[in-house]
Ligand binder design. Structure first.
Ligand SMILES: Nc1ncnc2c1ncn2[C@@H]1O[C@H](COP(=O)(O)OP(=O)(O)OP(=O)(O)O)[C@@H](O)[C@H]1O
Ligand SMILES: [Mg+2]
Length: 253
């Protein structure tokens, strides 16, 4: 059965695209048929996260040209199915009001990387989805803005699966997980650490879960993916040692 999940945030730059990509790859690795859709039509950058710059057929072509969405599916080397958006200025004005219809032929899980905030495009993305996952950083502006998006999605009768807190430093200068849970009135699905490994993976255009499968962020994505699929992920034993060996050039699973 088709299940459409929108990855949303109140503030831009909190990690929606990074999380959409790595979550989708984790679900794919656990055997889920999953397609990720870049619906940030006015500031698309999913392709850039993955090292792609242009695509012959994009989401805009599907919506405006009434094309079959399956013509816009590209398969990343990780096995991830991806529907990109155009990055050029000419395609920024595409309306997403028909997004739900366009997604109709896709099977199983669809993860939509949404634009930030509560623009018309975001509202169309939420309208097209069954569920939302709300992304925030552990700081006040990000949390207060995401609360507005969660409330709006609730008013639109969408189910909030939970909040993912990205860029946690676990220091004294950020809002704690328990406080974010109270402030957003929503349970926390996962926390992703602030890390140089993530920066490096984005720089190298190689998702962290592929580049460094035992990285703490990668393990967090595996836990999150399993949780969303109703499964439990048990990380490998001696994970820190195995990571050390991998990073020293010794290949361990
Ligand atoms: N856990 C992390 N650790 C370190 N850097 C991170 C982390 N998460 C995100 N970043 C940095 O934040 C940047 C923005 O991430 P991303 O593009 O996923 O945000 P976004 O919410 O999709 O932004 P937009 O609202 O503009 O679409 C990344 O390019 C990366 O440099
Ligand atoms: Mg983004």
């Amino acid at each position: 059965m088709q299940k459409i999940i929108a990855v949303v945030s109140g503030k831009g730059g909190v990690g929606k695209t990074f999380i959409s990509i790595n979550l989708a790859i984790a679900m794919h690795q656990f055997g889920e048929k999953v397609t990720i859709v870049d619906a940030d039509v006015s500031a698309s950058n999913m392709g850039l996260h993955l090292g792609y710059y242009t695509f012959p057929v994009k989401l805009q072509d599907v919506i405006e040209g009434n094309l079959d969405i399956k013509k816009a599916i590209y398969v990343h080397p990780s096995g991830l199915n991806l529907i990109p958006s155009a990055i050029d200025l000419n395609n920024c004005q595409c309306s997403l009001s028909k997004l739900r219809d366009a997604l109709g032929p896709l099977e199983d899980t669809v993860i939509i990387d949404a634009p930030p905030g509560l623009s018309n495009d975001t509202l169309d993305v939420i309208a097209a989805a069954d569920y939302i996952i709300a992304i925030t950083n552990p700081e006040l502006p990000s949390i207060t803005n995401v609360l507005k998006v969660i409330k709006t999605a609730q008013d639109m009768k969408k189910t909030t699966l939970g909040v993912v807190i990205n860029r946690m430093s676990y220091d004294n200068y950020e809002i704690k997980q328990s406080e974010i849970e109270i402030m957003t009135e929503t349970h926390i699905l996962a926390t992703i650490p602030e890390s140089k490994g993530v920066k490096k993976s984005i720089f190298l255009k190689n998702p962290v879960i592929v580049m460094d499968p035992l990285h703490p962020s990668s393990l967090a994505f595996k836990h999150l993916a399993a949780r969303l699929m109703g499964k439990k992920y048990i990380p490998p034993k001696y994970v820190a040692v195995k990571r050390f060996l991998r990073n020293s050039g010794i290949n361990v699973i």
